[in-house]
Design a protein around this ligand. Structure first.
Ligand code: BF8
Ligand code: SF4
Length: 655
């Protein structure tokens, strides 16, 4: 009986390749799927956010008998503090990523990072213009220094003037709203530090004030992400459409297989280059060559820019090791399960950590430094080649499943595609399709995987449901990973899943781009890693400006059906603050306070126009997202028709 139960419970995925590995393993090597079962039942105080451990008198838990913490903190204070500390955790992680890029650019300009250079000078100029710098007659190096100075200022300044990366990227209406509500962050690092101070024992106990500080921090998070994305594009190139493959079948047992896992392209780009240069060394040990493949957001980064195949997403990260054919798993920061090391112990796989602040006890550590980046990358590939020699042939068993992926859709790439239809005003191709009723809006698919729901199932259901409802989808993070792995990120998926309007829209784009693209457009447009949610949001600003409205009126929603990390909480919070209906498929730890829950869902809507929707059932999720879009598209169409009828210059704004 118990064995039967375990069999059902620990195979919590709909990815056939992951399932194949889990079935074969049958619980012999422990993974997250097993630990989730062992962890049940999970604590409901924590789950609903009413456990406070902020001071050493705690933990204080809100119960019928004890309606306040020992200090007198109400449940709503405890829930609000926990929530905004989660936003802060996410912002801290994105800031860590952005700061590393800023530091590398500064070392590069100082002549201390010789392996990095400006790959995309055009992007440098676009970014400079976006943040209000004049570019005329400036040398590349001087312009980069100016962009760097602005980024450092947005990260560190203590004064009140708006962040350049907010001013340059969001609508005037949003800027004014944030000034009116006093939630402009002074800088990324100031916001993080303020939030820690404000949530210390005995400081702020007003839940609304706390939540507004959380929203301020989320705007800092948005800026940090945007800076990370922009600097990555400048250093490594702005993504363009590229074709590749995804899922476990990308592992080639005859090659040295190197899995790149984590987030930051500073490391992974170097490793991909080193792998391309070191084929002869791999051949010398009997391999056909070296194959890199990605996991999580580093996987997204190198897929977008280099066409490196995607191996898997967050939840199934331990399983590739169990194919016996991964020679090294190289990790940097974030979303790396400590559990990978114990799985690797059972095989020949080297787990290689690379960052001084992100180590796993017992793993190999190759300290990555900007001044010797290429050398360190070669050292890592060398370790993988050495490991290849220790493979256990009878343990090698690789699922065959892999699917075709067309990725690489930066906003620039999307606009290029639209420009084939309307070269003078590319974004109008999208807004016209919504005005005419061909499309019912746009959805940003984002976020993680979470064992609280069936792995990949909610993501797949939402994608198919939205496609059938004629919604244009852009994707990032591990949700993009789901689409890539499970055959939803290619043109064939359009034929299979799209509604008539969406198909018609694709036909128009594909025809116009027949000479410009090697592959037809995919059902889900991959926009990159989680920091690239910033670029996905830029599309919203473009649409709002085209219509002459603010973003709370734009039929553009976000959906994270399997959200897991604090970064997802931070991203969801800025989506709301920046005006988007934001669906989350795993209810966050907030429901212990009806007041804070109400702020997230209703007061946020009243003040900022965006709001959270918690819905765990994936079919119902499609319905609630469509309700949110339909409300906006309907109002927008009515006002657009009125504008045309009365020939007014601007669309009316009083709705
Ligand atoms: O930054 S989607 S599980 S890998 S947090 Fe992590 Fe979530 Fe994946 Fe990327 Ni984003
Ligand atoms: Fe308890 Fe208050 Fe301390 Fe939190 S801050 S642990 S509610 S005494």
């Amino acid at each position: 009986m118990s064995k039967e139960k375990k069999k059902v419970d620990n195979k919590r995925t709909v990815d056939p390749a992951a399932l194949e590995v889990l079935e074969r393993n049958d619980g012999q090597i422990e993974t997250a799927y097993d630990r989730y079962v062992q962890m049940q039942p999970q604590c409901n105080f924590g789950r609903t956010g009413i456990c406070c451990r902020i001071c050493l008198q705690g933990p204080c838990r809100i119960t019928r008998k004890a309606s306040k913490g020992i200090c007198g903190a109400h449940g709503y204070t405890i829930v609000a503090r926990n929530l905004i500390r989660a936003i802060n955790g996410g912002c801290g992680a994105h800031a860590d990523h952005g700061r590393h890029l800023i530091y590398t650019v500064s070392e590069m300009l100082a002549g201390n990072a010789p392996d990095y250079s400006v790959e995309d000078p055009e992007k440098l100029r676009r970014v400079a213009q976006m943040i209000g710098l004049s570019v005329e007659g400036k040398e590349e190096r001087d312009l980069l220094q100016e962009v760097l100075d602005a980024a450092v200022s947005d990260f560190t300044k203590l004064t009140d003037e708006p962040l350049r990366w907010l001013e340059g990227t969001i609508t005037e209406g949003r800027m004014k709203k944030f000034a009116d509500c006093n939630i402009h962050p002074r800088s990324v690092q100031t916001a993080i530090s303020e939030t820690m101070g404000q949530t210390h024992m005995g400081v702020d106990s007003d839940p609304v004030n706390l939540v507004f500080q959380g929203l301020k921090t989320s705007l800092a998070d948005f800026a940090a992400e945007h800076i990370a994305t922009d600097l990555s594009d400048i250093l490594f190139g702005t993504p363009k459409p590229v074709t590749s493959e995804a899922n476990f079948g990308v592992i080639d047992p005859e090659m040295v297989n190197v899995a790149l896992h984590g987030h930051n392209p500073l490391l992974s780009e170097m490793i991909v280059r080193a792998a391309r240069e070191m084929t002869a060394e791999a051949e010398a040990v009997g391999a056909k060559g070296i194959k890199c493949m990605g996991i999580c957001c580093t996987g997204n980064e190198v897929l977008m820019r280099q066409g490196v195949p995607m191996l898997t997403n967050f939840l199934s990260q331990e399983l590739p090791i169990m194919t016996g054919a991964i020679d090294a798993m190289v990790v940097d920061v974030q979303c790396i399960m400590p559990g990978i090391r114990a799985v690797a112990e059972c095989f020949h796989t080297r787990i290689i950590t690379t960052m001084s602040h992100s180590k796993i006890a017992g793993a190999h550590h190759v300290e990555f430094t900007e001044d010797r980046a290429a050398e360190k990358a070669r050292e890592i590939i060398h370790l993988a080649i050495e490991a290849y020699k220790e493979r256990l042939p009878d343990r090698i068993d690789v699922p065959k499943l892999k699917n075709k992926v067309t990725a690489g859709f930066s906003v620039e790439a999307m606009l290029d595609v639209f420009a084939a239809v309307n070269p003078d005003n590319p974004i109008k191709v999208l807004t016209d399709a919504i005005d005419s009723g061909q499309l019912n809006g746009v959805v940003l698919l984002c976020g993680c995987n979470n064992l609280r729901v069936l792995h990949d199932h909610s993501c797949v259901t939402v994608i198919k449901g939205l496609a059938a409802n004629n919604v244009l989808m852009v994707a990032t993070g591990c949700m993009a990973g789901t689409a890539a792995k499970l055959n939803l990120m290619n043109a064939e998926a359009v034929e299979e899943h799209a509604g008539e309007g969406l198909k018609e829209f694709y036909r128009m784009l594909n025809e116009a781009n027949a000479d410009r693209l090697t592959d037809k457009l995919p059902l889900v447009f991959h926009m990159g890693s989680c920091v690239d949610n910033s670029r996905a949001y830029d599309l919203n600003t473009l649409m709002a400006n085209q219509w002459g409205i603010d973003t709370p009126k734009v039929p553009y929603a976000a959906s994270a059906p399997e959200a897991m990390s604090e970064k997802a909480v931070a991203i969801g919070s800025w989506c709301v603050t920046l005006g988007m209906p934001t669906h989350v498929g795993v209810t966050p730890e907030i429901t212990g306070s009806a007041l804070v829950d109400g702020v997230a869902r209703q007061i946020a809507h009243d003040v900022y126009g965006g709001y959270f929707i918690w819905e765990e059932d994936p079919d119902k999720s499609v319905e609630v997202i469509m309700d949110a879009l339909n409300e906006r598209t309907w109002k927008l169409r009515v006002h657009r028709q009125a504008q045309e009828k009365y020939e007014t210059e601007k669309i009316s704004a009083g709705w």
